[in-house]
Design a protein around this ligand. Structure first.
Ligand code: SF4
Length: 387
């Protein structure tokens, strides 16, 4: 044991030490041979009981990771080594743009970005830019007319047979192109007193067979709340299916934990998870493990992406994304044209270019790996298929 080691004189007294040095004032004690040993700070420290490492449950882990998400543009740029004097104006614009829609990026997602690359496709999705502050014709705070589709608190009824619930106002990541960045979540959360109204509406509307849990991101809620809610849906006989729109398994794969898998696997409703992933670099081994776990709970996995300028607007990137998804048993479902929300014009891809990209994908991939190119046109009874 370290405490019984005889300390060589050379270690005990360094020439720089003064009369007030604590080691000189330390009491001496004896080792097993009866010789004096001096209790230096190092020995005392070595003998102190050490705090036991805190063991987080999986649920605590994703919640802790969520709390530690990066919220400061300066911190993100520093992490990516984009903090030199030449990046000063980038930081200033990021700080200004973040005032209207704050930055939020889980560390697990930021770690998949390439340090030093200002054009990193993952960084472009989350970094506030000066372009967000410009006004452009045709861009608005509610580009898909969610307000017209609200039929009960937090219930959007746009398409026959389906109802979408804005279950959570929060997301693990803030995507700069989010069309609900100004959605009035405070008045539209099916919880508390509003929950009864929501469930009553679903019970009365017998044509609704599929409930889409969305938000925000529904997987920001605890599994206790989610499983309780799903149990309430199970009691409504005409509901057959729940569909979960989420980006959490991509940006924070630790969210796919045992308690999530338990209720997903236990419900008698059919379950579909529609992931939101825009670039193959978003998928690492932890994301693949999360996809595998979701699949093994009996859930069907689909993906929807948004076509974004300088992120994924080329055939190579999107083919790579489809292949990467399929490695994780996930089928590409929709490639969405940008919804023209205020502040996102710098990410728009022209429709003709989008058509060329999808045609290029079709010439390289089997049909089941080519997503449907669609646009959300307000007032239509389904998404509008472009290609
Ligand atoms: S995850 Fe979806 S809802 Fe959340 S910020 Fe991104 S696009 Fe918007």
């Amino acid at each position: 044991m370290a405490i019984s080691r005889i300390i060589p004189v050379s270690e005990r007294h360094s020439p720089q030490k003064t009369q007030t040095d604590r080691s000189r004032q330390s009491p001496a004690t004896k080792n097993a041979d009866g010789n004096d040993i001096e209790l230096t700070d190092e020995l005392i420290k070595a003998a102190m009981p050490r705090p036991r490492p805190v063991q987080l449950t999986k649920q605590q882990r994703w919640q802790a990771e969520q709390q530690q998400a990066i919220r400061d543009p300066e911190q993100l740029l520093e992490l990516l080594q984009l903090n030199g004097p030449e990046h000063k104006s980038l930081l200033n614009s990021a700080k200004k743009a973040a005032k209207s829609f704050p930055l939020r990026v889980p560390l697990a997602f930021a770690q998949r970005m390439h340090p030093g690359d200002i054009n990193d496709p993952l960084l472009r999705q989350v970094l506030p830019l000066g372009g967000e502050l410009e006004q452009h014709d045709g861009y608005s705070s509610d580009p898909v007319s969610d307000a017209d589709a609200l039929v009960a608190p937090g219930v959007l009824h746009k398409y026959s047979g389906r109802a979408l619930l804005t279950l959570s106002p929060a997301c693990g990541v803030h995507c700069r192109y989010c069309f609900r960045r100004e959605f009035p979540y405070a008045d539209n959360q099916p919880s508390g007193a509003q929950l009864d109204t929501t469930l009553a509406w679903l019970s009365e509307n017998k044509d609704v067979q599929e409930v889409i849990l969305s938000g925000g991101d529904p997987l920001m809620l605890s599994d206790d709340k989610l499983s309780e809610f799903v149990e309430a849906l199970e009691d409504i006989r005409h509901i057959r299916r729940i569909r979960i729109h989420t980006r959490q398994p991509i940006v924070l794969p630790s969210r796919v934990d045992d308690s999530l898998l338990d209720w997903l696997g236990d419900t008698h409703l059919q379950t579909v998870v529609v992931l939101h992933c825009n670039h193959a670099n978003e998928i690492d081994d932890e994301v693949y493990a999360a996809m595998d776990d979701l699949r093994s709970s009996g859930t069907m996995l689909l993906n929807q992406s948004v076509l974004l300028r300088d992120v994924n607007d080329n055939v190579d990137s999107l083919c790579e994304l489809s292949e990467a998804q399929f490695e994780g048993s996930t089928l590409p479902y929709y490639l969405n044209m940008l919804d023209k929300v205020t502040g996102s014009a710098h990410l728009e891809v022209e429709e003709q270019r989008a058509i060329e990209i999808v045609d290029g994908m079709r010439s390289r991939l089997p049909g089941f790996l080519v997503p449907r190119l669609v646009r959300d046109v307000p007032g239509y009874s389904s998404k509008t298929l472009i290609r």
